[in-house]
Design a protein. Sequence first.
Length: 277
Amino acid sequence: MSTNSLVSHLARIRSKQPWLVMNAAEKFSISGSNHKSISHFYSFQPKASVEQTFAIPDGCVDILFDCNGSNPNAAVFGTPMEAITIELNKDHRYFGARFVSGVMPDFLDLSAAELIGRHYDLLDVVPQANQLLDGIVNSTDFSQQVAVFGRFIEAQNERKPSMLTAQVLRNIYDSEGTVRINELEEKTGYSARTLQRQFGADMGMSPKAFCRIIRCQSAVYGLNHREKVTFSDLACDLGFSDQSHFLREFKKLVHATPLDYLNRVKHQNYLESIQYL
């Protein structure tokens, strides 16, 4: 499969960080992107009472800009492997660029493995990003910030995964993270050892770990969008051995039980909190 077809496939994955959305003081603004490696851009301001929030595994790399005029900064976040705390400044406006799930930006002076579960100051890993940071911070609105980042990303090279990793990614997405390593061996014609070595080199983690992330995202998406949710049915659909296994895994990765999360989503009108531009 070509890189272009891979990216077209990945572009259908529109991961959002739900705790960021629900902790926004006003609307959580989202803008799509014409660039094949960018999932979307977003902008928000945390609620006055919120000084920290949680990030959940999504397989995405984010660049998050704190647009505070007196002390602006930007950080590169690799996907966490379970829910983590992110400290936010409650009176600051944030702008973010989220890369498509599974895409590793080539302009970062980091390997895929170095991104997993870690974050870095943008200027430490992209020394030439001073102009980008200034442009984002000095822009007067969200659309201008999107345009500034768009010009920056158009000038960057693309880090292409191997054809084998591209095939594995497609199978993981198609199965919503439920595909097993023996099935990947059958589908690709390669041994588990070769799959794990190549996928790890490209993605910084094993296929099993990436399946875990996508299965988590599929569960979150189901809770966000289904009119009626039966946890036992959702657990079965996502290949969990039983409902208790699903509950334990969800709590570890999302930092809430499925019931707590569902109640929070419905109470705060999660989908209505998102403003698409």
